[in-house]
Design a protein around this ligand. Structure first.
Ligand code: CA
Ligand code: CA
Length: 260
């Protein structure tokens, strides 16, 4: 279990019970989760992962060595490709879509795809791509509208936050998801009236964001009654609104990277 020990030294936790790899079965009672987990590219919708790493290492002995090398030599890697037949191991420096120049799609012949664990996994969150090639992890709630506080609580219960919309490309994505409906968005001025914070990172809503992404003269804390972030469906822009509007919403998770 040398490889397993290596990974533990790297603070990498492996899956409890049985891990199926390269035709071999590894067991370890103390191992909790795998840093990278195997993915079917076609299941990561709507974007098949693309890789920017032109070539990998050949002659890599096994999958754990591939995971270890990817982690050590490409700390920012989001995953890797491993071909058990050729031993070729290709760290994925970033996963980008066809809008990114030079991005190459992952092909089945290149081997199995392993993505960093926690990377937009579970709870019906989806990887979506901005027109800049940046990836985000979102879940749209459009069938069971609620007030702002309930929406915020639902997101928090899913290890996420009400979506942050700081840029035009992100706003365009929200427009495409909203389908003309208004939504709760992750900012408010509940702590200090008139001072709006993003839920995602606690940063202030800037004047530039107000000018670019918000509706005219918004957020305006109208009559001192508006405190909650929203997307205005009929205008396609952001606004502050009273918190009791019953709307759909979008939760967002950070696109996690391997620790270290
Ligand atoms: Ca307010
Ligand atoms: Ca307003």
């Amino acid at each position: 279990m040398t490889h397993v020990q290596n990974l533990l030294v790297l603070s990498v936790w492996l899956a409890a019970g049985i891990i199926w790899m390269s035709g071999q079965t590894y067991c370890n009672d103390h191992i909790e989760s795998l840093l990278y987990s195997k993915k079917n590219p076609s299941l990561i919708l709507p974007n098949v992962p693309y890789r920017l790493t032109p070539s990998g290492w050949s002659g890599v002995l096994d999958l754990l060595t591939c995971a270890t090398r990817s982690r050590i030599e490409f700390r920012e890697s989001q995953g890797f490709l491993y071909n058990s037949a050729s031993g070729l191991c290709s760290p994925l420096l970033w996963l980008e879509g066809p809008n990114s120049p030079g991005a190459l799609p992952v092909r089945p012949s290149e081997g199995a795809l392993y993505l960093a664990r926690g990377w937009c996994e579970g709870d019906q969150f989806q990887i979506l791509e901005l027109n800049t090639g940046e990836l985000v992890c979102l879940r749209l709630f459009n069938t069971d509208p609620v007030d702002f506080f309930t929406a915020r609580a639902v997101c928090e219960s899913l290890d996420s936050y009400l979506v942050s919309v700081k840029t035009m490309p992100k706003l365009e994505l929200i427009r495409s998801l909203a389908n003309g409906n208004s939504l709760h968005i992750g900012f408010d001025d509940l702590v200090t009236p008139g001072v709006f914070f993003w839920h995602s990172d606690g940063e202030l809503v800037t004047a530039q964001q107000s000018a670019e992404i918000f509706d005219e003269n918004e957020p305006n804390n109208h009559r001192g009654l508006e405190s909650c972030g929203s997307y205005k469906g009929e205008r396609g822009t952001l606004n502050d609104l009273t918190c009791d509007y019953i709307l759909g919403y979008i939760c967002e998770r950070d696109v996690l990277r391997p620790e270290g």
